[in-house]
Ligand binder design. Structure first.
Ligand SMILES: *Cc1c(COP(=O)(O)O)cnc(C)c1O
Length: 420
């Protein structure tokens, strides 16, 4: 791909962008009367304009029908989770009965681990990436302790080699092979939140299975960022949130994938609630939990309608744009960002990009490892209307999002970095 560091070049790219109209469907925060340069979709995606209407519709449904809203109207609450299923399945590459929207991310991770981390005397280890998102680290540590085991012995972390920033697939696979006999679960992120590295999930799942362990993935930074094929990659389970790339608003609902080979296994231990119980008998209010087939059988509670309504509005946009088209634009947009950042950095030497250079090993995010000037650069960008995020100890993350970021946004960001 050929890039030029000019406004004309950026505008020409935008003019040729088949997805350019999607930008108009989002609300941008303002800075001095113009849209901010928003590069924080990896943390909180922007608000789709359709969300307001979707929420008002549910307020109306409540006002007009009261409790009858569970059974009346276009989207009766009783079935609301199902209205999210087809788009969700397409988004993560799953069969419809392999996915459900419920709860929030860390909750789903715990629920999945209840079923897929069941240590025995011989198999009790969890292999995971070093530097996983803290919530995942705490979830894993507390699960291990809850089973009466020592996290020091049970958790095996795969880290980068000395002098390197990201993991090598060969190292991940080698550790799985080495520890596999004692491993109950291999748990990886899809895209690491700090480095932006996208792991080879298919190879990781295959290696875990060869050793007789389960493979689970946290796709918080991958869902809505990259095309995923969870069913074909043979993940046992996966979880993700919806407020990052999926633009469903702060605290938005999360997803769960359970591979179909486990979905009809009613004997798989789990924590149960009435919404996971056989739908035909749910309101008979009787003893004896009988799980729904598929991921729905892991639900606990009735749907949080307002959060789900925002999520649906956002998922409908994704479904229309198509993850394949989004990825195509994303490759060019992030490539352009990498190009303008390198240009801006050439004389200053302010940072080093630690995200893999190969597009196959990353989503849209680029992570910049900075030196002592990093925080000042970040504050300068914020003061000048460019919103990115800062991750301790010294990383600035930029996520150009193909749904609403333009090549012109990227060019302006490069200019701001250059002017620092
Ligand atoms: C954002 C993120 C979380 C946050 O968890 P919540 O339960 O949604 O607050 C957890 N894990 C990963 C990997 C994340 O990126």
């Amino acid at each position: 791909m050929h890039y030029e560091n000019s406004l004309e070049f950026a505008r020409a790219q935008d003019a040729n962008d088949p997805l350019r109209s999607y930008r108009e469907q989002f609300v941008f925060p303002q800075h001095n009367g113009t849209n901010v340069l928003y590069f924080c979709g990896n943390s909180l995606g922007l608000q789709p304009k359709t969300v307001r209407r979707a929420l008002l519709d549910e307020l109306d449904q409540w006002a007009v029908h009261g409790v009858e809203g569970h059974f009346r109207g276009d989207l009766p609450w009783m079935h609301y989770h199902k209205f999210l299923t087809p788009q969700t399945a397409r988004l993560v590459g799953a069969l419809p009965h392999e996915v459900v929207v419920m709860n929030t991310l860390t909750v789903n991770l715990h629920l999945a681990m209840v079923s897929f981390y069941r240590p025995t005397a011989r198999r009790y280890k969890i292999i995971m990436e070093a530097g996983a998102f803290p919530s995942d680290q705490y979830a894993v540590e507390s699960q291990v302790r809850w089973h009466g085991r020592d996290p020091e012995r049970a958790i095996v972390e795969v880290g980068p080699r000395a002098g390197e920033d990201v993991l090598r697939t060969e190292d991940i696979l080698q550790i799985i092979e080495k520890e596999g006999d004692e491993t109950a679960l291999v748990l990886f992120g899809g895209v690491n939140y700090y480095t932006g590295q996208f792991y080879d999930l298919e190879k990781i799942a295959a290696a875990a299975h060869r050793m007789g362990a389960y493979a689970g993935f946290d796709l918080a930074h991958a869902a809505g960022n990259l095309p995923l094929r969870l069913h074909d990659w043979d993940a046992d389970f996966a979880v993700w949130c919806s407020y990052k790339y999926l633009n469903s608003g702060p605290g938005g609902p999360a997803g769960l994938f359970v591979h179909e080979r486990h979905g009809s296994n009613a004997d798989l231990p789990r924590f149960a609630g009435w919404w996971g119980h056989d739908e035909d008998e749910r309101f008979l209010m009787q003893k004896g939990f009988k799980p729904m087939r598929g991921a729905e059988g892991w639900q606990l509670s009735n749907a949080q309608i307002f959060a789900f309504a925002a999520h649906k509005a956002s998922l409908d946009i994704f479904d229309k744009a198509g993850m394949g088209n989004l990825r195509e634009k994303s490759l060019r947009l992030t490539g352009f960002l990498e190009f303008v950042l390198r240009e801006a950095n050439r004389e200053k030497n302010l940072f080093r990009i630690i995200t893999p250079t190969s597009p196959d090993e990353r989503g849209c995010q680029l992570s910049l490892l900075t030196d002592g000037r990093g925080r000042a650069l970040f504050d300068y960008l914020t003061a000048n209307g460019a919103i990115a995020d800062w991750r301790e100890p010294n990383v600035i993350r930029f996520a150009p999002v193909p749904l609403y970021n333009s090549f012109e946004d990227v060019w302006h960001l490069g200019e701001r970095v250059r002017k620092f």
